[in-house]
Write a protein of this length. Structure first.
Length: 568
């Protein structure tokens, strides 16, 4: 957080705020479930605010993404550079000028625009005047967390169409990680001599996954895979070393590099989510370069502090960082998310557009689908939050992003592999089914007839796209072995396999896969194991059932890595 007093030029100081009609930009029907208003926010608190300017040609970027991602198209594999993405999508100069004038009239200095974002530092008092709102301090008793937010904000008519989103405002994000920390800790008296040959008898290990998913390729190129870390999660290099020695044939000296974003830190004892992600990505993808990104920023802050540090949720902080890099990893694994309906539309659209930018540059992005069955990513009442309180299945975000993100659901068991009951899946209420999957989603909906009519959006983007094992993963935390479950296990597993495929393509002097879905829903489906049994209960129902072909529990199925390699 920037700790200096904003300079105000004499001309600005003499100006008065632009007087114009205010139009609502985003409004919540009520305070999200679990949050309680405790007090009005003090006017002196400093906010790091991001103003997302309206970017140009997003429809053309989407078209270009599909062209470079669809096998058989003349442009397949011809991914864009950072400079090309920036040039295509840059906000219009007139919009930038209008927003700068509006800010100046309030004595606020506009920051340099990058990736369509204009950062500003201001007080809550200034923000309230600019946005026609009132910030409050909200408390979540179950999480014992405070946040500084508002439930509604407006913009002057003069800049309303120039701005897509302003944050922090209306996003009360849970930003949960999708893994079960509650399972019993297990210990092995002599794991080093036997564990690499255990198969799947005591739990899922890298050797188990290599056998189950026919992983044979040995990387030869200097490629990289990125692993996202949020919410103060810490990836331990010492725990990774123990894990590699105990459960793999990978040298125990192998490790990941760390990049800190938005003031993030990776100091201290390892935590479950970060250790799970780094241990399985390294265990399956070595010697591909592993990069762990620890990004700070979440809703809670100390209400007694004079400043509200890191008030922006980390999705955008991380995406802004990545989209600003000239060189990015070819694959990214992410195991975090929210129930879609808790994410304001303006924020969801901005995040999805930024994923699309990254994908257009040739990055394969995989996100876990959640662990609440049709009840969504976290335990929650299965009702809409629009004031009607109607019963509703809850899709998850950012798994619901239709362009740029591949959603990964969960499975369990072997011979046969079946859907894991925790696997979240369903249909987005924000985004329509994209062309690459619409025939598959409609076929599934037709097959179930009127079952669950009214509980889901029949025209929505289907979740997940694919799946992988999600139960009984053995990891090391604090030197001890634990068993965890969740689509947090599935995402790094599938991501590691994609990293191997991308490495293979680069070794053949070919372009990486980039956005996976057009390939997976086309020729790539032949390299997937169709899962046809199991279901994802939730919301007092049995949930959806896995069926032949695509289904909203396991998507198109689990990977056969060797077969996928022949298909790419």
């Amino acid at each position: 957080m920037i700790g200096f007093v904003l300079p105000i030029l004499a001309a600005v100081a003499a100006a008065s705020p632009i007087q114009t009609e205010m139009l609502t930009k985003q409004a919540l029907h009520s305070v999200p479930i679990g949050w309680e208003h405790k007090a009005d926010a003090p006017g002196h608190l400093k906010l790091n605010m991001h103003i997302a300017l309206k970017e140009q040609n997003m429809d053309k970027l989407q078209q270009r993404l599909m062209e470079v991602s669809t096998p058989g198209h003349d442009s397949y594999g011809k991914h864009m550079t950072k400079e090309e993405v920036d040039a295509m999508t840059a906000p219009a100069a007139s919009d930038v000028a209008a927003v700068e004038e509006w800010l100046a009239s309030h004595g606020v200095q506009a920051g340099k625009v990058a990736n369509g974002m204009m950062p500003v530092t201001l007080t809550t008092s200034q923000a309230e005047k600019m946005l026609g709102t009132k910030y409050g301090i909200y408390y979540h008793a179950e999480k014992d967390q405070y946040t500084l937010r508002t439930t509604k904000y407006s913009l002057p008519k003069s800049v309303h169409s120039s701005i897509d989103m302003v944050q922090p405002t209306t996003l009360f994000s849970d930003m949960n990680m999708y893994s079960d920390r509650a399972q019993a800790t297990m210990a092995f008296n002599n794991p080093v001599s036997d564990a690499t040959n255990l198969g799947c008898t005591l739990g899922v290990t890298p050797s188990c996954l290599q056998s189950l998913y026919n992983i044979k390729y040995k990387p030869t190129s200097n490629t990289a895979i990125g692993i996202t870390g949020y919410l103060g999660e810490i990836a331990s290099k010492s725990d990774l070393s123990t894990f590699l020695k105990q459960y793999t044939k990978v040298p125990s000296s192998a490790t990941f590099s760390v990049q800190l974003v938005n003031g993030g830190s990776n100091t201290g004892s390892g935590t479950t989510e970060a250790n799970l992600d780094t241990q399985y990505v390294m265990g399956l993808s070595y010697p591909i370069k592993n990069i762990f990104y620890e990004t700070a920023g979440e809703p809670p802050f100390n209400p007694d502090a004079s400043d509200s540090d890191n008030t922006n949720e980390p999705y955008l902080e991380w995406l802004n960082y990545m989209n600003g890099l000239s060189t990015v990893p070819l694959t990214v694994s992410s195991s975090y998310g929210d129930n879609e309906q808790t994410v304001p539309n303006d924020y969801a659209n901005t995040v999805c557009n930024n994923f699309m930018k990254l994908a257009a540059r040739g990055v394969s992005i995989l996100a876990s689908s959640g662990d609440g069955g049709v009840g969504g990513g976290q335990p929650s009442e299965c009702v809409s939050n629009d004031g009607s309180n109607r019963e509703l299945f809850l899709p998850t975000f950012p798994a619901s992003c239709p362009y740029g993100v591949t959603a990964v659901g969960g499975t369990q068991g072997q011979s046969p592999e079946t859907a894991a009951s925790l696997s979240s899946g369903g249909f987005s209420n924000y985004f329509a089914a994209p062309s690459y999957q619409s025939s598959q989603t409609q076929a599934y909906i037709s097959s179930i007839g009127t079952q669950y009519a009214g509980l889901y959006n029949k025209t929505g983007r289907g979740i997940p796209d694919v799946a992988a094992q999600a139960e009984n993963f053995l990891i090391v935390v604090g030197g001890s072995t634990q068993s965890v479950a969740g689509t947090s296990c599935a995402a790094p597993t599938f991501s590691a396999i994609v990293a191997l495929l991308n490495d293979y393509l680069v070794s053949q002097k070919r372009s990486p896969l980039g956005f996976l879905n057009p390939f997976l829903y086309g020729k790539g489906v032949a390299g997937l194991n169709d899962i046809t049994s199991g279901n994802n209960p939730g919301c007092n129902t049995n949930g959806f059932s896995a069926k032949k072909g695509w289904d909203p529990v396991t998507g198109l199925g689990t990977p056969n890595a060797a077969k996928l390699q022949t298909l790419v």
